[in-house]
Design a protein around this ligand. Structure first.
Ligand code: GTP
Length: 264
C-alpha cells in the first residue's frame, strides 16, 4: 500500500497493538520483532514503551516512560518496593497521557501501526486504573487490538495452560478489544498442542484428567467457559527470535480489527 493512500484517506487510522503477557513471555523481544518486521515489510511503526523498569530496550521508542519518570527515584521518594514503584510510575505517566495522545495524533496520518510494550508484571497494566485509562484512551481514538503473548514452552502442562487461558479470558472481558493469542517461542515448542486443546474439547479434558485428579468438576466447568472464550479470539504461533509467524500475526490483527468494527 502506498504512503499516499493513507494521507489521501482521512478515515484511515493507525492500529494500536498492545503487547501484554506474563513476565518473561517475550513481550519486549516480540516488540523488537514487530518493529523490525514493520520496518522491512510495511511502514515503520510509532513505538511506545510503558515499562519503567526495563533496563535495555532492543528498539528505539518514540515515547518512553523512562524519559518522564525514574522508577528507582519514585521507589525512594514514596518508600515503595519494586512493584509499587512501577505502578506509581505508570500512574504518574498516565497523568500526562493527554500529551502523549497529542504527540501521536500529529504523526497518526502517516502511520499504519502504533505498538505498545507494557510493564513486565502483567497485573500492573491489566489491573490498574492507569492501564485501564491508557487502554481506553487509545481505543477511543484508534482501532486497537491486544496481543496476548504466551510463553509456549512453559504452557505445555494442561493446568498451566488453563490458568493462562483463564487469565487471558479475564483480560478480554476487561478490555473488550479484539484479542490475539500469540503463542511465542515456537522455535522451542510448537503451539500445535494448544490449537488441538482449543479446538478439541475432549482431548483437553483427557489431558487435564491425567494431569490432576482433584477438582475435576471445577476443571470441567472451566473448560466450558474457555470453549466460549475461544470463539472470540484468534490464535497464532510465532517466534520473536526467528521471526516465524509474523505474516500470520498481522493477518490475524487485520481480521480481528475489521470484525470488531463491523460488530460494534
Ligand atoms: P519482562 O519484561 O522481564 O517480563 O520480559 P518480557 O515478557 O519482555 O520477555 P523478554 O522479551 O525479555 O524475553 C524473555 C526471555 O525469553 C529472553 O531470554 C528472550 O531471549 C526469550 N525469548 C523471547 N522470545 C523468544 C522466542 O521467540 N524464542 C526463544 N527461544 N526465546 C525467546
Amino acid at each position: 500500500m502506498s504512503t499516499d493512500s493513507f494521507t489521501d484517506s482521512p478515515q484511515k487510522r493507525p492500529t494500536v497493538l498492545l503487547c501484554i503477557g506474563m513476565a518473561g513471555s517475550g513481550k519486549t523481544t516480540f516488540m523488537q520483532r514487530l518493529n523490525a518486521h514493520l520496518h522491512s515489510v510495511k511502514k515503520p511503526p510509532y513505538v511506545l514503551n510503558l515499562d519503567p523498569a526495563v533496563t535495555q530496550l532492543p528498539f528505539t521508542a518514540n515515547i518512553d516512560i523512562r524519559d518522564t519518570v525514574n522508577y528507582k527515584e519514585v521507589m525512594k521518594q514514596y518508600n515503595l518496593g519494586p512493584n509499587g514503584g512501577i505502578l506509581t510510575s505508570l500512574n504518574l505517566f498516565t497523568t500526562k497521557f493527554d500529551q502523549v495522545l497529542e504527540f501521536i495524533s500529529k504523526r497518526a496520518p502517516t502511520l499504519e501501526h502504533i505498538i505498545v510494550d507494557t510493564p513486565g508484571q502483567i497485573e500492573i497494566f491489566t489491573w490498574s486504573a492507569s492501564g485501564a485509562i491508557i487502554t481506553d484512551a487509545m481505543a477511543a481514538t484508534y482501532p486497537c487490538a491486544v496481543a496476548y503473548i504466551i510463553d509456549t514452552p512453559r504452557t505445555t502442562s494442561p493446568a498451566t495452560f488453563m490458568s493462562n487461558m483463564l487469565y487471558a479470558c479475564s483480560i478480554l472481558y476487561k478490555t473488550k478489544l479484539p484479542f490475539i493469542l500469540v503463542f511465542n517461542k515456537t522455535d522451542v515448542v510448537s503451539h500445535e498442542f494448544a490449537v488441538r486443546w482449543m479446538t478439541d474439547f475432549e482431548t483437553f479434558q483427557q489431558a487435564l484428567q491425567k494431569d490432576s485428579s482433584y477438582m475435576s468438576s471445577l476443571m470441567n466447568s472451566m473448560c466450558l467457559v474457555l470453549e466460549e472464550f475461544y470463539k472470540h479470539l484468534r490464535v497464532v504461533g510465532v517466534s520473536a527470535i526467528t521471526g516465524a509467524g509474523m505474516d500470520e500475526f498481522f493477518k490475524a490483527v487485520d481480521e480481528a480489527v475489521k470484525e470488531y468494527e463491523t460488530v460494534y
